[in-house]
Design a protein around this ligand. Structure first.
Ligand code: COA
Length: 366
């Protein structure tokens, strides 16, 4: 059986920091209110030279370097975003243009649930033997669409990108289970009017038209706690595991109270729940891969450990999956006459093989 192991990962956020004190000067709010209601202290926002593409490419380069691969060796790029730099062409094509290579490229749209959706789609391409190496990116620049006069939404969002590289493995690594869901009728609770093809007409009819993010915070809050808890529990069950087998829950970073409530619903101690919300706010599709990259850097999980990724977002949508960390069973074929290297998840060289007599050699993972 083929699996899709995560062999590289990376993240990128803009340099500019927007603190709660900055927001106090922009809208009627306070650091105390924001921290107690959301857990957010600061977030990163794009500047004039940043874009969804530039953040995505930076995260992707890190992930590729960690996997010891070049863009030419990638077969497919999948980008999860709801803030592409252009609607035509896909964000994935813009990223490919930036990185180089000739990978197939397409976007997945599931708002803040997007990265987990994209990971599940991309994993299928690897599991079914259609592609060997896939780059999956979650990236958003929602602050470009946030109304900085609306205190109920402008405090929540930040920008960023996270990326992973998937490679075929014959050991159970990468996504072991997936739970995807949506309640389209709930679209009215979190949406941005007129970013799509209806804009010209709407804009003509309503000159005061404001294409900013609209949100019913309380409704989304209630939905989020239920959706994250239920999806995570189902993903663990579908993987044939219990929460005792899970090293860490990596949830979408939207609100600390939502994360705490979901963890309580799962009876999971908070030490097992990753959060970096205080520094980045809600980065939409980037939140889970950024959290994954930062959690890995702490050394809290290693080869063979089980992680639960879970997200919710506009749609309304939700997504969860169990990921078994590590690269056991990943093999790289060295081209005839060439020399190849296998690296472990930390970028360390673990095996080198050289092709002899024009025959390819396989360099196995750990
Ligand atoms: N600063 C100060 N007061 C604020 C405020 C701010 N930034 N934003 C809202 N308020 C006020 C409201 O106007 C309201 O005042 P009122 O009682 O005088 O009418 C009061 O605070 C309570 O508002 P409420 O909406 O009930 O607050 P809340 O506890 O539900 O917190 C959210 C608001 C947005 C933080 C919370 O609902 C939330 O996080 N929801 C989920 C949103 C989310 O995750 N969206 C992204 C999904 S991917």
């Amino acid at each position: 059986m083929r699996y899709a192991a995560i062999t590289g990962w990376g993240m990128s956020v803009p340099e500019r920091v927007l603190t709660n004190a900055d927001l106090e000067r922009m809208v009627d709010t306070s650091d105390e209110w924001i921290v107690s209601r959301t857990g957010i202290r600061e977030r990163r926002v794009v500047g004039p030279d940043d874009s969804t593409t530039s953040l995505s490419a930076a995260a992707a380069r890190q992930a590729l370097a960690r996997a010891d691969l070049t863009p030419d060796e990638i077969d497919l790029i999948v980008v999860a975003t709801c803030t592409p730099d252009q609607f035509v062409v896909s964000e994935a094509c813009l990223v490919q243009a930036e990185l180089g290579g000739r990978a197939a490229a397409f976007d997945v749209g599931a708002a803040c649930s997007g990265f987990v959706y994209a990971l599940s789609v991309a994993s299928l391409f690897v599991q079914h033997g259609i592609h060997e190496r896939v780059l999956v990116i979650g990236a958003d620049t929602l602050t470009r669409f946030v109304d900085y006069t609306d205190r109920s939404t402008c405090i929540l969002f930040g920008d960023g990108a996270g990326a992973v590289v998937l490679e075929a493995s014959d050991e159970p690594r990468g996504l072991l289970s997936t739970v995807l869901g949506a309640d389209g009728a709930g679209n009215r609770h979190l949406y941005a009017p007129g970013w799509g093809a209806v804009v010209p007409e709407s804009a003509a009819l309503f000159p005061e038209f404001r294409p900013y993010l609209q949100m019913n915070g309380q409704e989304v809050f209630r939905f989020a706690v239920r959706a994250m808890g239920d999806a995570a529990a189902e993903a663990v069950e579908r993987a044939g595991l219990g929460f005792g087998d899970v090293e860490m829950l990596i949830p979408h970073q939207a609100n600390a109270r939502i994360i705490d409530a979901a963890a309580r619903r799962l009876d999971l101690p908070l030490e097992k729940v990753w959060s970096n919300l205080d520094r980045y706010g809600n980065t939409s599709a980037a939140s889970v891969p950024i959290a994954l990259a930062e959690a890995e850097a702490t050394g809290r999980f290693a080869e063979g450990d089980n992680l639960v990724l879970v997200a919710f977002g506009a749609g309304l949508s939700w997504a969860a999956g169990v990921v078994r960390w590590g690269i056991a069973g990943v093999k790289r074929t060295v081209p005839p006459g060439g020399v190849g290297t296998a690296v472990d998840g930390g970028g360390r060289r673990i095996a080198t093989g050289a092709a002899a007599n024009g025959r390819a050699v396989e360099v196995a993972g750990v």
